[in-house]
Design a protein around this ligand. Sequence first.
Ligand code: ATP
Ligand code: MG
Length: 561
Amino acid sequence: MSENVPNPPAHFIRNRIRQELESGLHDRVVTRFPPEPNGYLHIGHAKSIVLNFAMADEFGGETNLRFDDTNPIKEEQRYVDAIREDVAWLGYQWARECYASDYFPKLYEYALHLIDNGLAYVDSQDADAIRAQRGTLTEPGTPSPHRDRDRAESRDLFERMRAGEFADGAHVLRAKIDMAAPNINMRDPVLYRIRHQRHPRTGDEWCIYPSYDFAHGQSDAIEGITHSLCTLEFEDHRPLYDWLIEHLPVPSKPQQIEFSRLNLDFTVLSKRRLMRLVDEGFVDGWDDPRMPTFAGIRRRGFTPRSIRNFCNEIGVTKSESIIPFGAMERNLRDDLNERAPRRMAVLEPVKVVLTNFTEGETEWFDAANHPQNPELGTRKVPMTREIWIERGDFMEDAPKKFFRLKPGGEVRLRNAFIIRCDEVVKNAAGDVETLHCSFDPESRSGLPGADRKVKGTIHWVSAEHAVEAEVRLYDRLFSVPHPAGDKEHDFVEHINPESLQVIGSARLEPGLENAKPGEHYQFERTGYFVADPDSSTEKPVFNRAVTLRDTWAKLEKQLRG
Ligand code: ATP
Ligand code: MG
């Protein structure tokens, strides 16, 4: 992937890894992306994926995809499948696909090792009692009455926990560290719980499951991970991470480094909130193009390259910040501007009759598919006596600065010729129905009048050849920058009622009916669009991925004050 980032921006993790390699602390870099398969990936995860793969890629190492599947209650195979697809879509190939559950036998051995060395004990109190003894930030915790249980007794109980002799919650295994530690995570944290729960991968093999803290670092060590990159909420867990690595006979010594999460404005990024949007029908599913999930942004038309560039651009720090959604859109615009073929599409059509164009005739004009990139080639677009133009490109009582079509005025039809508006035909209600125009035959390209200057150029589509299509205009899902940060209102109250506008019959240039789902185009003067999975030759459907300009930038500035 490094070809996309010729000069990767310096950040503290990159600098630190470089120094460690130079000083000989490591001779290679192995990272992992460790999703819990309890939901779909969202754009926040992209930051972590890009960072993990970039570090390994730049320093000649490799990255594992590790499913952190230690909690069978919430985890499902369909999430595993979707996560795999999403990481591959972003453009990354993992070296190994791993599962924390593959290490259950090893983790069990490690637990016995701690017990045998007096570093862990079985506590037979329930969760409430353990919580009540944990203490607070200002008061130390209270030792469990079982803290000094004989090692042999703990070992026997733990083996029987594993054998299924006890009910859920009857006992837990705890590390024996320090009940007075200032860091609450060090006050004898729970390492194993009893859960009589079938696991998607290990079936009924286990009825005890390791905690996140016990599983994560040891999985890292087993896989030879050198740098375990995670988000800041795990900073307080690092002493425990290090303690376990230090006291266990693990094959390698990974180090945890934390960075701040990606937060985006005008959206929500927690699995729990995303789940609510889907479950309560605020969106049309996980792949609704307004969702910040991989499935959603992909359908919206975001490209993998634009997401990777966005993640590189926002950088990696330890301070929390909220990134404007517009930054993501800008990266998409930049990517598509380079690569998307141009087409003409009229979203809100009004009919134009070219009175001096021969009825029944079709004239084909050459049109470049990209203004700067000749490699994208040219195409022929048909001109006929009747065409569609954008309703907004005509104005009856136009102000002086309106350079599009007005009564008696001239405008150039892109790729074709200049027309003059001679007559405005209205219906009974007084709405403009048809514009009668005449064209200037001398203004065709290649002819002497081709260079004649008129101020405006508009797009158009032959009425006879037009392809009728549904066009979905998407906008921000929420109308406030921090929907989840409002203590007084439920975040769903801030949903933008105009986040989806459906145009039933837009008129597209012929050929677009054959666009395959996922194909991108710039509809000239209108925006970047992508063919939706719902699209077919009979009924093409396009989604607006992003507008040509950032219409939100000004508003965001105002809102930020
Ligand atoms: P959520 O908070 O949305 O439920 P999570 O952190 O529980 O997400 P995991 O599957 O545990 O999701 O995350 C996998 C990896 O992705 C972790 O290393 C986590 O730190 C990282 N990650 C999750 N959300 C973000 C984010 N917003 N920004 C950067 N990294 C993230
Ligand atoms: Mg998590």
